[in-house]
Write a protein that binds this ligand. Structure first.
Ligand SMILES: Nc1ncnc2c1ncn2[C@@H]1O[C@H](COP(=O)(O)OP(=O)(O)OP(=O)(O)O)[C@@H](O)[C@H]1O
Ligand SMILES: [Mg+2]
Length: 263
């Protein structure tokens, strides 16, 4: 992720380019001239403290929020002026895994995963059954089709949420805090799943995280948001070596840097 310079140009390395994004709510600016490139086929992680603008930025990328000004280019096309109808077409290329798995409680795992396939494709019952069997294997939960969300742990629900996103074969996967609230083992499993999914399906992954240990394990690129701006970006190695006081503080309080500042 690097700062956008040649605006609007399609760039083979960048699937999404955010340029000078500005958004205020009730007169308060929460996204402040934010510029960021998201690398194609890589795991791009956005970090930052609570309330700094991570989720709002991601909602802009999914077309769920319109900016006051600025551009968001997806493969060279500015999505900001698109209508809701056009955005719906675009969103077929996206998968979203939310902080809470957002499964339908009254539906079985099978029906939850089948939902987007029934809504958006013409696949037959037999095809849907095969796809669901395969995707549940891919997220290491084979054979749980008949269970209901209430019978699953939080980590399992997240994996079902990911399975539901994967059946649509998305080009871009968005994850908002996929490991929040999980124990260390479940966190590790979700991390492994994000990395494996990225590798196996070649998707572009955009992940919001609070968890620096997770971030350093799986990120190819990291960007830090502070006050609605990107204050640092680079590879994990570049982040560890950053002299930016905001980054150093964040790493120190996450236990990544010693309190004296040494790694
Ligand atoms: N729909 C909205 N209406 C008004 N204010 C909003 C709205 N959505 C977000 N905000 C405000 O924008 C700021 C950034 O919020 P955002 O949800 O992006 O934070 P975040 O970085 O994701 O934090 P967290 O780590 O706690 O999830 C906050 O001050 C929040 O209160
Ligand atoms: Mg958030």
């Amino acid at each position: 992720m690097t700062e956008t310079t040649d605006i609007g140009a399609k760039h083979p390395a960048y699937q999404i380019r955010i340029h000078n994004l500005v958004k205020s709510f009730n007169g308060q600016r929460v996204i402040d001239n934010l510029c960021l490139d998201i690398e194609r086929g890589r795991i791009n992680i956005i970090i930052g403290g609570s309330g700094q603008g991570k989720s709002v930025t991601m909602k802009h990328l999914m077309g769920l929020v319109k900016p006051d000004s600025g551009n968001i280019f997806v493969d060279g096309q500015d999505i900001v002026p698109l209508s809701e109808y056009q955005l719906n077409t675009l969103r077929k290329r996206f998968g979203m895994v939310f902080q809470y798995a957002a499964l339908f409680d009254s539906m079985s795992v099978f029906d939850n995963i089948a939902f987007p396939l029934r809504e958006h494709t013409k696949k037959t019952k037999g095809e849907i059954k095969d796809i669901i069997e395969k995707v549940l294997e891919a997220v290491s939960l084979p054979g749980i089709e008949r269970k209901f969300p209430s019978e699953l742990s939080g980590g399992m629900q997240k994996r079902v949420g990911l399975a539901r996103a994967l059946v649509m074969e998305p080009e871009i996967l968005f994850y908002d805090e996929p490991t929040t609230g999980l124990d260390p083992i479940a966190t590790h499993n979700v991390d492994a799943l994000i990395a494996e999914t990225n590798e196996r399906f070649g998707v572009t992954s955009v992940v919001i995280s609070h968890d620096m240990a997770s971030t350093f394990r799986i990120a190819h690129r990291i960007a830090m948001i502070y006050g609605g701006k990107i204050v640092e970006k680079g590879t994990p190695e570049e982040f560890r070596a950053s002299e930016n006081p905001k980054v150093k503080d964040f790493l120190r309080f996450s236990g990544i840097l010693g309190m004296g500042g040494a790694v």
